[in-house]
Write a protein that binds this ligand. Structure first.
Ligand code: ADP
Length: 243
């Protein structure tokens, strides 16, 4: 492996008052090829997310919201443009570098939770630590702490099917926090939850943001977007409004 991705979560403190950008997309395009047809999902995205931001990406279905998140996490690669996160050009990393970088720096939460059904809440919350070859004792301690952070300290031995939808999403958030990432990315994290539960999950993300995590989430619900400090509106693969 060439360059070793650094853990920018432990970088020295920025200059007082400065708001260094953490995520920068410049002229990002994404074209999907389907047979002989091309679909331009992103058509020149410029986006800056500062350290400590709490940002909602909104826009109609199919406008490119998930594609933007996938490009920021390196799950998907841009067809053109540059993606810089924590000073690293992640669009230039190899798959292997990206996987290591993502594991250290980014926590990801999905609409359908994606918990492993045969593992308990605690075991699900431990998974990224197991992959990172943490000792079992450390993994148990950290996952227990993260379940407490999401208000599920007493549900560690429950299987996902024994938890409500909101509780399952909390476990998924605890799993995303496993390695104390600087960035938490959530794609429609409340899309499968009722309104009250959705508000609770957003309150939780808001609390994690207050504790220092940069949070970026996609929603099509304007009420839920109002939790964020900044809203980015995407339409037809372009940012049409930001502020
Ligand atoms: P949103 O999250 O706003 O609903 P997406 O980012 O998922 O939108 O998708 C943007 C557009 O790109 C959609 O028209 C979608 O059909 C298309 N798209 C997404 N992923 C693929 C893919 N793997 N192959 C082809 N088209 C895709």
């Amino acid at each position: 492996m060439g360059r070793v991705p650094t853990d920018f979560a432990v970088e020295s403190r920025p200059v007082e008052g400065a708001r260094p950008s953490l995520i920068e997309l410049r002229d990002v395009e994404k074209t999907y090829q389907s047979g002989r047809l091309e679909y331009r999902a992103l058509q020149g995205i410029d986006l800056t997310i500062d350290r400590g931001d709490f940002t909602a990406i909104v826009g109609p279905s199919g406008s490119g919201k998930s594609t933007i998140l996938n490009i920021i996490t390196g799950i998907d690669r841009p067809t053109a443009g540059t993606v810089t996160v924590g000073g690293e050009r992640i669009d230039e990393m190899s798959e292997e570098e990206l996987a290591i970088w993502r594991g250290v720096n980014v926590g990801i939460v999905f609409q359908f939770f994606q918990l492993l059904p045969t593992l308990t809440a605690l075991e699900n919350a431990m998974l990224p630590l197991d992959f990172a070859k943490e000792s079992t004792d450390n993994a148990i301690d950290r996952a227990t702490h993260n379940l407490e952070r999401v208000g599920l300290g007493d549900k560690g031995d429950h299987l996902p099917m024994e938890l409500s939808g909101g509780e399952q999403q909390r476990v998924a958030i605890a799993r995303a926090l496993a390695r104390d990432p600087a960035i938490l990315i959530a794609d429609e994290p409340t899309g499968n939850l009722d309104t009250d539960t959705a508000q609770h999950v957003l309150d939780l993300l808001s609390g994690l943001n207050r504790d220092g995590t940069t949070v970026l989430y996609v929603t099509h619900d304007t009420d839920l977007a109002a939790h964020a400090h900044k809203t980015v509106t995407v339409r037809d693969g372009r940012v049409v409004e930001s502020g």
